[in-house]
Design a protein around this ligand. Sequence first.
Ligand code: SF4
Length: 338
Amino acid sequence: MHVTMVKKRLLSGQPCQKCIQAEELLRRRGLWERIDEVVWADESDPSSAGMKLAAEKGVEVAPFFVVKDGGDDVVYTSALKFINERLAGSAQSAAGGALGESELSELRTRFGEKDPAGLIGFALDRYGADAAISFSGAEDVVLIDMAVKAKKPFSCFTLDTGRLHPETYRFIDQVRAHYGIEIIVMAPDQAALEPFVRKKGLFSFYQDGHTECCGIRKVEPLRRALAGFRAWITGQRRDQSPTRSELTTVQLDAANSGKDGPLLKLNPLAGLTLTEVWEYIRENEIPYNPLHDRGFISIGCEPCTRAIRPGEHERAGRWWWEEATQRECGLHVGKKRD
Ligand code: SF4
């Protein structure tokens, strides 16, 4: 494959802003080396190589990418589309199959508890865009930050339950723009959601628990998302909840399947504390949900999350009307649900 990027030089002699942003995006994703050739479309020179190529391909915007790959040339006028269709899967390893138990154990030993970036780098080397970060909370942006710095392709998805805080929706978009990544937004299955809401209303979880609502709004969309990947990377930590006390950094997902069957589940932050996570966020100046500044620690759906008081456990603000041992949304259960 041969890739030509066409950038526009304005009459002022400066490159166009969108061209600068596209190059920054490629560099942040570690994909700049995949551009074989850059040619300039000089606004002041219709005979410049880029202007001629634009006329030949009938393109009127910049930047654009011309991909030669055997057949007809393919032109992309969107850098994101070009990356996702042509580059994002390129790091998928030929040896990207499922890991055996001895390899899982070896990985736990090799990366230990305090090298999340190393473990993420391993996953992206092996699975590339078939490894997905599930993004929702503060921890997950740490994962994204480490993945971007690894300069290797990866995927990212989030679950839009339809009940998130407005701040969270804006935060998702802020992260997308900040890192120049695509975030796949998974929605609940309307065929299941509509009859549920019609029958039980919008707040049934306060009466009969969150399991049914989370099952429709979170667990099923998660299962659907994961079916397209070989590995997923979560921001879970062991000290978040009594239900996570046995969490390991590397495991096979017992509740979900990937595109080839067994699904590798990585919890690179399993051994970190909340304080260590926030040290990373501050030191690296990475974006975080503004709700954290208002006393929210663990943030989920708006009706099921409240700010916590000093001294309360970080997950005390999630489903606070239920028992602490029941406060999981089903995303991280250890066995398959019916
Ligand atoms: S957290 Fe609350 S609103 Fe969100 S899916 Fe679960 S029960 Fe429903």
